[in-house]
Design a protein. Structure first.
Length: 95
């Protein structure tokens, strides 16, 4: 394996470039070094923000579900009262 380290410094990084002459290995090294740089830069904080949005969305959905259940129960109770009133309707009675 003919590995060499070229110190160019023109790419904005620390000036180290590792080449093996095998394109797949060079790609893997470049990919992994980019991932390491991204992790060090703090760019992964976006994931924490996404988790926060998921939690907020889940809370909102839960609140909407509870309100919907309360409204459904109230409407069912009212419908049952009206149904009972209609069943026992008499010309001289009011509910």
């Amino acid at each position: 394996m003919n590995a060499r380290i070229a110190r160019t410094g023109r790419d904005g990084r620390d000036g180290r470039e590792f080449r093996t002459g095998i394109p797949q290995v060079d790609f893997l090294i470049t990919f992994l070094s980019a991932r390491v740089e991204r992790a060090r830069s703090g760019e992964l904080d976006r994931g924490a923000s996404a988790v926060e949005w998921v939690i907020i969305s889940a809370v909102v959905v839960a609140i909407v579900g509870v309100v919907a259940a309360i409204i459904n129960a109230a409407l069912s109770e009212g419908a049952n009262k009206v149904g009972d009133c209609i069943k026992g309707a008499d010309a001289g009675k009011t509910c």
